[in-house]
Design a protein around this ligand. Structure first.
Ligand SMILES: NS(=O)(=O)/N=C1/NCCO1
Ligand SMILES: [Zn+2]
Length: 240
């Protein structure tokens, strides 16, 4: 029941193509970002985040991550500017992390992984009626990726505004969802500066459980990240 995919040996990222052939597509995510190769594009303006009136609805363990859902019936929480032609509405945020140490992020920077990666998922409500419809359109989604690295500071609350680093410099490229159905509908915006989370907070993520096939099979939820995918000729652009 539930999803036909996971991060284990029997259902992990290398097998997803069996049920989701687009896994071998031409704009898959995540990728390994090479800062020297990213072309600096002066036409790329700053990204603007309006999360002040954000209204979270719930926080849930969906078996693959911990997800915080938002009210998306109006434009109270949007991202715009940068590579985006329209404002995109905040739908949810979730995390990917590793079992220990500094593996756990999905995007990597010159092969360097971070302990975790936060994804703020937004959809183009100007062009599409629902998140589901936007999720299958090439310009339907915009995901803001933020690296988390272990540090001794304590973790702030879940208000996305206070989760942001001081600099909003970013890399951007056209990619996909990193979890099935892997739709190639995402404009990725990955911030260059990581935010610091405490080891205590990281250990809390690691305590979240995957739901096993049999409810009594409580498997540990960790290493819920897809490895980098082929660039296939795509260009990664850099804000200033
Ligand atoms: N890891 S990801 O690309 O943000 N994947 C998803 N799936 C549903 C919403 O975001
Ligand atoms: Zn994600």
């Amino acid at each position: 029941t539930g999803h036909d995919w996971g991060y284990g040996v029997e259902d992990g990222p290398s097998l997803w193509h069996q049920n989701y052939p687009i896994a071998k597509g031409s704009r898959q995510s995540p990728i390994d970002i090479l800062p020297q190769t990213a072309s600096h594009d002066p036409s790329l303006g700053p990204i603007a985040l309006k999360y002040d009136q954000c209204t979270s609805i719930n926080i849930a363990n969906n078996g693959h991550s911990v997800v915080v859902e938002f009210e998306d019936s109006d434009d109270r929480s949007v991202i715009q500017g940068g590579p985006l032609d329209n404002p995109y509405r905040l739908k949810q945020f979730h995390f990917h992390w590793g079992g220990k140490g500094c593996r756990g992020s999905e995007h990597t920077v010159e092969g360097h992984s971070y302990a975790s990666e936060l994804h703020l998922v937004h959809w183009n409500a100007v062009k599409y009626e629902t998140f589901g419809e936007a999720a299958t359109a090439p310009d339907g989604l915009a995901v803001l990726g933020i690296f988390l690295e272990g540090s001794v500071t304590d973790f702030k609350s879940f208000n996305p505004k206070c989760l942001l680093p001081s600099s909003l410099h970013y890399w951007t490229y056209l990619g996909s969802l990193t979890t099935p159905p892997l739709h190639e509908s995402v404009t990725w915006i990955v911030l260059k500066e990581p935010i610091a989370v405490s080891e205590k907070q990281m250990s809390k993520f690691r305590m979240l459980l995957f739901t096993g096939e049999e409810e009594d099979q409580r498997m540990r939820m960790e290493n819920n990240f897809r490895p980098p995918q082929p660039l296939k000729g795509r260009k990664v652009r850099s804000s200033n």
